[in-house]
Ligand binder design. Sequence first.
Ligand code: GRF
Length: 307
Amino acid sequence: MKIIVFASGRGSNFEALIKASQKFNSYNIVGLICDKECPAMDIARKNNIPVSLINAKDANSIITAVKNYSPDYIFLAGYMRIIPSEFIDAYPLRVVNIHPSLLPAFTGKDAILQAWNAKVKTTGVTIHYVNDKLDNGPIIKQKQISVPERTLPDGLQRLETKIHETEHELYPLVAHELSSTPFDTLLISRCLLGENVRYDGGNKYSNRAETAFKNFKGNKVKVCPEIEAGFPTPRDPITDENREVLKEVEVASKKFIEKKLNTSKKILAILKDRSPSCGVKSGQGVFTSMLYNKFGEDVLIVSEEEL
Ligand code: GRF
């Protein structure tokens, strides 16, 4: 797997990724993109990794530079700029970020200090896919860290050290896991690809869902639980009054999962949100709950809104 890194600062996470790539032998760091002169650039030069300095607002130049490397993933490692949404459009679910808190708590700058000042007992590190919102996006991995005694004079410093040590272990591990045991199936709601399957015709076509679908290298599976259950389009929406139709959706979903996903090991699912059939949060949609039941941690469900 080829990974390109974006950084703006010290580059300790970038360096940890390089070192571990030699140990794991599953991914290569093929380039570094920076928005300004920074110590991370020296680390790249020492390791013979090509560096490009590009204005963070210049989405076209960033896209062109990244395309030249044809990376599988883009890892942000202390890149202190907002990624242009045109860039995420081109690489949906392929831009990854590391953040020094347990998201959604303490987004933005100085997250370690924010956690310390908030007097929480536990904070941590989060690795997530990047979307348009700050430190938002589907969470890939998190690790909790307990905050040292507040009475210690160097408590904050100890916390910072613990967080960075954890980052340097976790980020390469995620790079390795995405490279060696990648998602082998991409499951996607038909309506997000613009298929006319909704009862109200309001198919929420998502450009990012389509790009992710087109570019995915493994098994690609489209789904609409209602269509699987044999409902016509258009049909009545599922409401509290006719909720019993969900039983049929459940039976059809079970069959679908057994038939279409029985050889899948790791699934990335992009599903319609706020739907009693698909839905996304556990317990919200029958299909989603069934996926969690069957695949547990081996399914990462992304809602249309998180994409
Ligand atoms: C890390 O704490 C990372 O979580 C955050 O920025 C910091 C970068 O540090 N996004 P470094 O430049 O990798 O040393």
